[in-house]
Ligand binder design. Structure first.
Ligand code: ATP
Ligand code: MG
Length: 257
């Protein structure tokens, strides 16, 4: 029933958390994982799903066609905020060539950087923004949005189409600073914002909880360091199915899901 965006700094564990949540929610209903990261390539492997034949950008005619539409919108309306999708979309109406996996768990890629000198990733952001804004979810359906590192997706407006922002915070000062910035950005568009700690231990967890509490950021879950996760990612295997089952259950309960 929710569209949830997972954000955080580079390597904090965004894609790992997306995978753990996707597995757990797929036991309760339908889950679409939307990969908005224009660089990283391995999320389908982490999920154990097939790579979709096309990206969503490919289904819209490719990056040049999308960029042309953006430029036309800029000239006509003075804004790049263009609707690539003007009617409501549902999980049932997604183009099959753009999705991998089978229900209850499917995977969609917005677009990837494929050539040197092809230009910036703004067209991917614009497609993601329009797609998520028009995508409607029913009871027992969830959309999990994996993002690139940092806060670019706030600037591009991808955040507009989601209901909840979950920030992954790993043990570093930079992650805490970024959480403060992301919280303010989420508040600016009226989105609920919570944090989940990752790769923490008995020393780093209480420290981060204190730091985030001082910034008024609620912490909804915490994951320790798992050698099984490192190993699966090292060789490109799906994440082990049972990993963190209890912690994910607790996290979902504390998010009232
Ligand atoms: N709880 C954990 N225990 C052990 N290793 C972890 C854990 N979470 C993530 N990792 C490892 O950290 C690395 C980064 O994880 P992941 O790809 O999920 O991060 P990310 O935030 O999506 O990165 P990026 O910014 O590149 O998209 C991976 O090698 C992964 O195996
Ligand atoms: Mg990632």
């Amino acid at each position: 029933m929710l569209k949830i965006m997972i954000c955080g700094r580079g390597g904090s564990g965004k894609s790992t958390l997306v995978t753990l949540l996707a597995r757990a929610l797929a036991e309760r209903g339908k889950v679409l994982v939307v990969d908005t990261d224009e660089s990283n390539l391995g999320l389908d492997k982490m999920l154990g799903l097939s790579t979709p034949a096309m990206t969503l950008m490919g289904c819209l005619g490719g990056k040049p066609a999308v960029r042309e539409k953006l430029l036309a919108s800029l000239q006509q309306k003075g804004s790049e905020n263009t609707g690539f999708f003007t009617e409501d979309l549902s999980l049932a109406s997604l183009p099959p060539e753009c999705t991998g996996g089978e229900w209850p768990l499917r995977f969609l890629r917005i677009g990837k950087i494929e050539r040197s000198l092809e230009g910036c990733a703004c067209p991917m952001g614009a497609v993601a923004r329009s797609f998520l804004k028009q995508l409607r979810v029913d009871q027992d359906e969830w959309v999990l949005v994996d993002t690139e590192a940092g806060v670019e997706h706030f600037g591009r407006g991808v955040v507009e189409g989601v209901d909840l922002v979950v920030m992954v915070v790993d043990p570093s000062h930079e992650a805490v600073l970024l959480a403060g910035r992301a919280r303010a950005l989420a508040a600016g568009v009226g989105k609920e914002f919570v944090a989940v700690l990752n790769k923490v231990d008995a020393v780093t967890e209480p420290f981060l909880r204190r730091e985030l509490s001082e910034k008024g950021i609620p912490v909804r879950g915490a994951f320790g360091f798992s050698p099984e996760i490192t190993k699966a990612n090292l060789v490109g295997n799906p994440l082990p199915a049972g990993n963190y089952r209890e912690q994910v259950k607790e996290l979902l309960a504390s998010l009232a899901i």
